[in-house]
Design a binder for this molecule. Structure first.
Ligand SMILES: Nc1ncnc2c1ncn2[C@@H]1O[C@H](COP(=O)(O)OP(=O)(O)OP(=O)(O)O)[C@@H](O)[C@H]1O
Ligand SMILES: [Mg+2]
Length: 500
């Protein structure tokens, strides 16, 4: 009887459905949640997260892929396909009476050799800024090529690269703003050099202000006494009521005067600004924005270089932000307050336009992946050729090297090589190309470390990754090989599952 690892059936079910999404011509999946919301995606991490199955296999796969997604932002479908193929190959080895421990050891050796091949065949152009920028743009395009928004690959690659370069070495994804605005088409998406908050100015305030001095608050501006829950005030005469109201108003306006004393002309509050206070601000030439969302004011405070103050009593203690221009604009049917012209040349906002929420969400996911890949590429500037090139090359060289090992290990190395080859094979299959036909006449010896032979899907032939500009980060590939090998080791080691 054919031997199987205890979890392989569950793994294969998941891998089969994911493999059809791999590469530029992979198919999308529709995910429907409990409320009937539809989500169309081909993003491996999103599909995995939404697979309802709670089998051990799916939990392990979800775990491995979420680490990959978090650390590198890409490559989740590849890692799943690789795990599936390595497991299938491991079962074949077991059926040839090779012990699971030898398979694990053989796979470890293979991973080491493959990583060495990848390292030796990688390149680094960071010493030449222009070439390096061109490489980064190609990396962004390669990441976006297999996404739903691939038709606008050029637009989104340029936007992503521009925004990453604005980070100026402070490579923190959290500093990049993305704003999704329903309406228009994806091609209308752009990088705005300002920060946009979905708000309007107070009534009667000018629609534009130059040389803004901005105070950002997260403060309650109401009268503290009114807030006491359930408090009752007994009065004997109506005139006493009027007196209380007067003193409450005075308190409200006293707060505004304190704010005014800071010499600012824009106040943005996370909390409410009341009508009387708004009128006070308008009368004193101050633009007021109330109830701004927390994420928005955080990004704004970073851009204008101010703090989010929780008290405004002490003039010296509050850091006031600056922007050359604050204006009210509308995009689609929505109003925004736009801050621009920052001292430290703030990062700006990627504005995504699209005709449905699903398109906007999928575009945001693709952009997130691309930004993450670019950030990693700036941190680690060694790259490899994509479109199946490095897998094809490593697989062939590993097969060649396997001849130097004894029988059992040689088989394991060959299994690993075949599993690796499954990546270009699936990418080609999803494009209706039979890769075996393409590579059958090329002898193993022809694959050296410098080879850039890859899939040219447009022309259904082997092409050159260098000419096609298909590049991926070395770190992404190494991480994929290591994680897949470790995950397969876990699956091989499990021989019984107890539920308690
Ligand atoms: N133009 C292209 N021609 C051939 N292969 C390509 C092209 N562009 C990208 N690829 C390859 O497609 C693979 C990536 O496909 P895909 O983005 O669907 O999977 P993933 O990155 O593993 O998963 P995910 O993006 O869902 O996290 C990589 O191997 C990459 O080299
Ligand atoms: Mg990808």
């Amino acid at each position: 009887m054919r031997q199987k690892f205890s979890l392989s059936d569950d793994v294969m079910k998941i891998v089969q459905s994911l493999s059809t999404t791999l590469g530029p011509n992979g198919k999308d999946k529709i995910l429907i949640d409990n409320e009937g919301h539809i989500n169309t995606t081909n993003d491996g991490a999103t599909i995995l997260k939404n697979i309802k199955s709670n089998t051990i296999a799916s939990l392990i796969l979800k775990d491995v892929c979420s680490v990959q997604d978090l650390e590198l932002g890409d490559g989740t479908t590849t890692i799943c396909c690789l795990i599936g193929e390595m497991l299938r190959e491991a079962e074949n080895l077991m059926n040839q009476n090779i012990h699971p421990h030898s398979i694990i050891e053989g796979y470890r050796i293979s991973a080491k050799i493959v990583i060495d091949i990848l390292r030796k065949s990688s390149f680094d152009n960071s010493f030449n800024y222009d070439i390096f920028l061109a490489d980064l743009l190609d990396i962004a395009k390669t990441t976006l090529m297999s996404k739903f928004i691939s038709n606008y690959c050029e637009t989104f690659s340029r936007i992503s690269l521009s925004v990453i370069l604005k980070l100026k070495g402070n490579l923190n994804r959290g500093r990049i703003n993305i704003l999704k605005i329903l309406g228009g088409s994806l091609k209308d998406s752009y990088l705005d050099n300002g920060i946009l908050i979905e708000k309007s100015f107070g009534i009667g305030q000018p629609k534009k202000l130059l040389n803004a001095r901005i105070m950002i608050l997260n403060c309650s501006l109401d009268s503290d006494k009114i807030k006491i829950y359930g408090a009752k005030v007994k009065v004997k005469k109506l005139s006493q009521m009027a007196q209380i109201e007067l003193s409450e108003n005075k308190r409200l306006l006293d707060k505004c005067k304190k704010i005014l004393n800071h010499g600012i002309n824009v106040v943005v509050n996370r909390q409410l600004i009341y009508d009387k206070q708004e009128r006070f601000f308008t009368d004193h030439g101050i633009i007021s924005i109330e109830n701004a969302d927390f994420e928005g004011i955080e990004k704004l405070s970073l851009a204008v270089n101010s703090e989010i103050a929780s008290s405004f009593d002490d003039i010296k203690k509050i850091k006031i932000g600056k922007a050359d221009l604050v204006e009210e604009i509308s995009i689609g049917s929505k109003n925004f307050v736009r801050f621009s012209g920052f001292e430290n040349n703030g990062i700006g906002t990627i504005v995504i336009r699209g005709s449905t929420d699903e398109i906007l969400d999928e575009a945001e996911r693709a952009l997130n992946d691309t930004l993450c890949v670019l950030i990693n590429s700036l941190k680690n500037s060694r790259f490899v050729w994509g479109a199946g090139c490095c897998e094809l090359k490593a697989s062939r060289i590993l097969q060649d090297i396997s001849k130097n090992f004894d029988f059992e290990y040689s088989k394991c190395l060959n299994s690993f090589a075949r599993a690796l080859m499954s990546i270009p094979t699936i990418i080609a299959y999803n494009s209706d190309i039979d890769i075996k036909n393409l590579v059958k006449n090329i002898p193993l010896e022809c694959y050296d470390l410098s080879s850039d032979s890859c899939l040219d899907l447009k022309n259904s032939k082997l092409g050159n990754a260098r000419n096609l500009g298909i590049i991926e980060p070395l770190k992404l590939k190494i991480f994929t090989i290591l994680s897949a090998t470790e995950a397969v080791e876990i699956f091989i080691r499990i021989n019984k599952i107890f539920l308690n």
